[in-house]
Design a protein around this ligand. Structure first.
Ligand code: F0G
Length: 374
């Protein structure tokens, strides 16, 4: 029997763990890479688009990859409590992994600004939920301050183990495709994930030559590696929360994509380095564009992701239209979190259910009205 038991066991040789490390896992990772079949046809572009659906992780977002590492290392170091600031998903993951480890968890969230599903997770897993009258950036600052005076281990992405875990997404993509894609598009909030992706891709190619132009795939280093190249990285921010694009912190970030409602990302400089090294760029999308594409994806491909995740596809569709990403390209798009995380948004932008009497007639009428024509 060979059960899949999570990213640490799978990639143990590429992660900072030893044989004695007490692994705290919920079997995260191993998420599906789904080829979008209908969208490329709809937009009349000859491209291959793959969605890496991170919403299918145990707590419904990519944060589980980072959290298994961060909590494992915290427990290894003897920590009894972890803490994070969060727009929702980090707190959900922290709460679940802390429960699994049997340690305490404190989460700081912006009052009234996190999606209901995420809040319910942090509460249900028994973390201490502290709502602050402030935004994520305030929470991030406070977490760092309080960690100096109390025995709590920070599990935000300033904790380097978080990115170590999250880099495994690139390993899985390369395994599935046989090599790196031409482009990788993803949302950018606190900016850790784009750096983690880049780290994962970078560790998968020959370190002597990166693109392997010199060794032509023959050096021993290359042979141990899994990819011949790295993708061009493209990161998207919400128009009302786009500090990297503006070139300065945004004091009062606002967006319907609450997961990325962040005005002063912690990994700002490293994210720019990843973008520049890869030859990529940053783009932005309005709330309308985000919600439109969230629904388009749900209704044309059957994939329900949260608004912050849909921005990667919304940005991609714009860049395809502009010709910034050419025909024939292979693109991977990280769908970072599940749509069920934010049921309010989904309900508010969908057709209301109708109510009829419990009789055959009205039901038959509705079916006839809605059947495809022809
Ligand atoms: N997508 C989702 C669904 C997220 O929850 C986040 C970040 C991002 C994208 C952006 O990733 O911060 O690495 O650039 N959520 C954090 C949280 C901030 O607290 O859950 P990033």
């Amino acid at each position: 029997m060979s059960l899949y038991t999570g990213i640490i066991e799978k990639y143990r040789d590429r992660l900072p763990v030893s044989a004695d490390t007490p692994v705290i896992s919920l079997n995260e990772g191993n998420t599906p890479l789904i080829e979008l079949r209908n969208l490329p046809r709809l937009i009349k572009k000859n491209v291959r688009i793959y969605a890496k659906f991170e919403g299918l992780n145990p707590t419904g977002s990519f944060k589980d990859r980072g959290m298994t590492m961060a909590v494992t290392k915290a427990v290894e170091a003897g920590a009894k409590a972890i803490i994070c600031a969060s727009t929702g998903n980090t707190s959900a993951a922290a709460a679940a992994y802390a429960a699994r480890a049997g340690i305490a968890c404190f989460v700081l969230i912006p009052e009234g600004k996190i999606a209901l599903g995420k809040l319910s997770q942090a509460m249900m897993h028994g973390s201490v939920v502290i709502q602050i009258r402030g935004n994520f950036d305030d929470g991030m600052r406070l977490v760092q301050e309080v960690a100096r005076t109390t025995p709590v281990n920070i599990v935000n992405s300033i904790n380097p183990y978080r990115l170590q875990g999250q880099k495994t997404i690139a390993f899985e993509i390369i395994e599935a495709l046989g090599d790196a894609p031409d482009y990788h598009v993803l949302p950018v909030g606190n900016a850790g994930n784009i750096c983690a992706h880049w780290m994962g891709y970078s560790e998968s190619v020959c370190e002597n030559t990166r693109a392997c132009a010199l060794c032509a795939g023959k050096c021993t280093y290359h042979k141990a590696k899994t990819a011949t190249r790295r993708p061009i990285m493209v990161g998207y921010q919400a128009a009302g929360a786009a500090p990297i694009l503006r070139g300065r912190p945004v004091e009062n970030p606002e967006t319907v994509a609450t997961a990325i409602r962040i005005g002063n990302p912690v990994s700002w400089q490293q994210a720019i380095a990843a973008q520049q090294e890869s030859g990529g760029w940053f783009g932005e999308c309005t709330d309308e564009e985000i919600l439109h594409v969230q629904k388009l994806l749900a209704q044309t491909e059957g994939i329900f992701c949260e608004p912050a995740s849909a921005i990667s596809l919304a940005g991609l569709l714009k860049d395809l239209e502009l010709g910034k990403i050419g025909e024939g390209s292979t693109i991977v798009c990280t769908l970072t979190g599940h749509g069920l995380k934010d049921p309010d948004i989904a309900v508010s932008q969908s057709t209301r259910p109708m109510t009829v009497d419990a009789e055959l007639d009205p039901i038959e009428r509705v079916i006839r009205e809605h059947l495809p024509k022809g």
